[in-house]
Write a protein that binds this ligand. Structure first.
Ligand code: RIB
Ligand code: CA
Length: 314
């Protein structure tokens, strides 16, 4: 019998976050212990609400949702309504969630869950700025050695930045949090723009999702259609990169991806390159490798897997 992988998804929904959460909640290979919301694409009052909306859409109302940090560790929040719309889930029919948020703070949930489970059995899956994860590490350093792995969407190297010429959004919003996580010694797998820009929501792929025949398929196609307009215009691509679902696909079928174990440092001092992931891809420094930096994906298999999972939902 296959053992389910226990994960916590930390997220700032965001259309691509929503697709990642749905994919995870459809997957019997994963035990989603909780969803923790963080400020990012839109402010926390919306990312926490959107997390509830997506959990409800999945039908998995057994999965608890926690609200976390409303601002980065030391900086002001930067949001991305120009990409995700005012609500953060533009494209979906507006709806009020009926499932409640948990009382407990997200960082307390992360800490308590890691302390209550055997070391090396919980994987953290951040899909937004790393504020909640870093805050939990600061609050309770004893959790660091208990984390099995951190599999995150963030950063960029050959693909360069998407919010500045140097930085990807999740790392840019809270570089200090990213520095804390990347220097923690926890095993880290990074799904950066280098790989997410290979998995594009082309018209054919969106049509397949729309025609799955369930409500989730309709709503995901609507989310993708709204979400893709920004990147299609900016990059002139025939679809938008589906960033966050790469994290879940990696957990389910790592063989879809390929990467290199390298050192990544985070720029926190420079105004010009704040949030840049400085990747020693060619091993030119003596800095110790600290993460698997993924650079390739089989986009055909990725979308087959995504569609297979969405088909399992209501
Ligand atoms: O740069 C892409 C990342 O920023 C994705 O996680 C997207 O949801 C936004 O949070
Ligand atoms: Ca996100």
């Amino acid at each position: 019998m296959n053992i389910k992988r226990k994960i916590i998804i930390d997220t700032d929904p965001g259309q691509d976050d929503a697709v990642a959460i749905l994919m995870a909640l459809a997957s019997t290979e994963l035990e989603v212990l909780g969803i923790t919301a963080v400020a990012g694409n839109v402010p926390l009052n919306l990312t926490e609400k959107n997390s509830c909306i997506v959990v409800e859409l999945s039908g998995r109302t057994d999965v608890p949702v926690f609200s976390g940090c409303s601002t980065p560790l030391v900086r002001n929040l930067v949001t991305a309504e120009e990409v995700h719309g005012k609500t953060g889930l533009d494209g979906m029919k507006p709806v009020e969630p009926s499932i409640p948020l948990e009382e407990k703070h997200a960082t307390d949930f992360i800490i308590e869950t890691l302390l209550a489970n055997n070391p090396g059995t919980i994987t953290l899956c951040p899909l937004g700025p790393l504020t909640n994860i870093a805050q939990a590490m600061i609050q309770a350093p004893e959790i660091i050695k208990r984390i099995q792995e951190i599999v995150l969407m963030g950063g960029a190297y050959f693909e360069v930045g998407n919010v500045t010429p140097a930085a990807e959004f999740n790392i840019y919003v809270d570089p200090e949090a990213a520095e804390k996580v990347f220097s923690s010694g926890v095993p880290i797998t990074v799904l950066p723009l280098d790989v997410t820009h290979q998995v594009l929501t082309t018209e054919t792929r969106v049509d397949i999702v729309r025609n799955i025949g369930n409500k989730v398929g309709q709503e995901v196609a609507n989310l993708m259609t709204f979400f893709e307009r920004f990147d299609k215009e900016k990059y002139g691509l025939d679809g938008a990169p589906l960033h966050d679902p790469c994290v879940i696909a990696y957990l389910l079928e790592p063989e879809i991806f390929d990467g290199r174990y390298v050192n990544v440092e985070i720029e926190t001092q420079s105004k010009l390159t704040r949030g840049m992931t400085v990747v020693d891809w060619w091993g030119v420094t003596d800095r110790e490798p600290n993460c698997l930096f993924v650079g390739k994906a089989d986009s055909t298999r990725f979308f087959e897997l995504l569609t297979e999972k969405l088909r399992l939902l209501p």
